[in-house]
Design a protein around this ligand. Structure first.
Ligand code: SF4
Length: 371
C-alpha cells in the first residue's frame, strides 16, 4: 500500500462499529490473556463488554508502561503563535466564521512568551497555529524555529498539514515532532465539521502522517477529537492508522492524544459524550495494544481526572497551558481556542506527580541527538 488512504478505504465505518459493539466477555478475556495483541483484541478492549474488566486492564497498563518508560512523566507546554485561520471548524474558537480579533505573534512577542515559559522550567514546547497560509506559512515556521531553537531541547508543532517538501525543509531547523489529529475518521461527519478551507480535504489530512514518515520526522502524534463521532470506532481507526505507520515508517516514534470536546466561544455540543471511566478504558486499551506509543493528556481534562490517570499508562502531561496567542505574557485576556479545565501551575502538577512516586521530566531529548 502506498499510503494509508488505500488501507482506510478497505474498511467500512458501520461494519467496523458493529463488530466493536459485538465483542463479548470471551473476546475481552482472550485479549487480556495474550501477550501480543491484534487489532481485533483492541476492538474487544474498547468495546462495552470490556468495561467490567477495567481494573485488570489498568493493572496491565500500569505494568507495561513502567516496564517501557519507567516511572516518569514528560512535561510539555503549548505556545500559541497565531489564531488566524482560513478554515471553518465547527468545534473551534479560532474558526474563520468566529468574529474574534486575530493575532500572530511578532518576534519580540514570541520571545516575551518564551521568557515566561522558560521560567516555568519547560524544555519541551509545542508550537500551535491556525491555518492561514498568507501569514503562517513555511517561511514563518522557519523564522520561529530559528528564534526559539536555542531555548528548547524538543520542539513539536501542531499546525496545518504541509507538503512533503515543507516537512523536509523544516526538519533541519530543529523540528522534532508534528501532531496532526484526524479529528474524526467518519468521512461524512468530517465534511460537516469542516465545510470550508483546506482542512475540508479529508484525504490530504489522512495522508499527512505518510508525508511525515517519508520526511523522516522523529516523532508524530495522532488522535481524534472525541465527541464528534462514536469514540470507539474513531479510536479503532486511530489504532489502525498507528499500526500501519509503525510498520511502514519504523524509524519514527509515535504519540497519541485523546482530546475531548471542550466548551469554546460559540461552542458546539458533543454528538457523543465519553465518561471519565470510558477515557480510562481507552487509555488502557491503547497501552495494552501498543507498548511503545507515548500517551499524552492535556489541560483539557479536569484536575481530579489528571491526578488519577498518572499511574495508568500515560507518559506526557502539559501544565500551566494557555490556548491563546500571547496568553503567557503579551495578551493574557485574548480569546482562547478552548477553555482549560486544569489551571494548576507546572509546580503543582510536578508535586502531584512526585507524590505518586513518579518523576516529572522536563528534558529527555536534545537536538544534538538528531544530528
Ligand atoms: S481547529 Fe485549527 S484549522 Fe480548525 S478553525 Fe481551529 S485553528 Fe483553524
Amino acid at each position: 500500500m502506498n499510503n494509508f488512504t488505500e488501507v482506510f478505504k478497505t474498511f467500512d465505518w458501520e461494519e467496523t462499529k458493529r463488530s466493536i459493539y459485538a465483542k463479548t466477555s470471551q473476546d475481552v478475556e482472550r485479549a487480556l490473556s495474550t501477550q501480543k495483541r491484534t487489532l481485533e483484541d483492541f476492538k474487544a478492549l474498547i468495546s462495552p463488554s470490556a468495561s467490567a474488566y477495567l481494573e485488570q486492564m489498568a493493572t496491565i497498563s500500569q505494568k507495561l508502561t513502567q516496564k517501557r518508560f519507567g516511572k516518569v512523566i514528560q512535561m510539555y507546554v503549548p505556545l500559541y503563535l497565531s489564531n488566524e485561520c482560513n478554515n471553518i471548524c465547527t468545534y473551534c474558537g479560532f474558526s474563520y466564521d468566529n468574529k474574534v480579533r486575530r493575532k500572530t505573534l511578532s518576534n519580540m512577542e514570541i520571545m516575551q512568551e518564551v521568557a515566561v515559559i522558560k521560567k516555568m522550567g519547560y524544555e519541551h514546547i509545542l508550537l500551535v497555529t491556525g491555518e492561514s497560509n498568507q501569514t503562517v506559512h513555511v517561511d514563518y515556521f522557519k523564522k520561529v524555529l530559528n528564534l526559539i531553537r536555542p531555548h528548547f531541547a524538543h520542539i513539536s508543532m501542531e499546525v496545518q498539514p504541509l507538503d512533503l517538501e515543507d516537512y523536509q525543509q523544516l526538519t533541519p531547523y530543529g523540528l522534532n515532532t508534528v501532531l496532526v489529529y484526524q479529528e474524526t475518521y467518519h468521512q461524512e461527519d468530517y465534511k460537516k465539521h469542516h465545510p470550508k478551507g483546506k482542512k475540508s480535504n479529508f484525504d490530504y489530512r489522512l495522508e499527512t502522517p505518510d508525508r511525515l514518515g517519508r520526511a523522516g520526522i522523529h516523532k508524530m502524534g495522532l488522535g481524534v477529537l472525541i465527541g464528534l463521532e462514536d469514540w470507539r470506532t474513531d479510536s479503532f481507526f486511530t489504532a489502525l492508522h498507528l499500526d500501519y505507520l509503525e510498520k511502514k515508517y519504523w524509524q519514527s516514534k509515535y504519540s497519541l492524544s485523546f482530546p475531548r470536546l471542550r466548551p469554546f466561544s460559540g461552542g458546539l455540543e458533543p454528538k457523543v459524550t465519553m465518561s471519565d471511566r470510558e477515557l480510562v478504558q481507552l487509555i488502557c486499551a491503547y497501552r495494552l495494544f501498543n507498548e511503545e506509543v507515548e500517551l499524552s493528556i492535556s489541560t483539557r481534562e479536569s484536575p481530579s481526572f489528571r491526578n488519577n490517570i498518572i499511574k495508568l499508562g500515560i507518559t506526557a502531561l502539559s501544565a500551566g497551558s494557555k490556548t491563546n496567542p500571547g496568553g503567557y505574557a503579551v495578551e493574557p485576556d485574548s480569546l482562547e481556542q478552548f477553555e482549560i479545565s486544569d489551571e494548576r501551575s507546572p509546580e503543582e502538577i510536578a508535586e502531584i506527580i512526585a507524590a505518586q512516586g513518579y518523576e516529572p521530566v522536563w528534558k529527555d531529548w536534545d537536538n544534538s541527538l538528531a544530528i
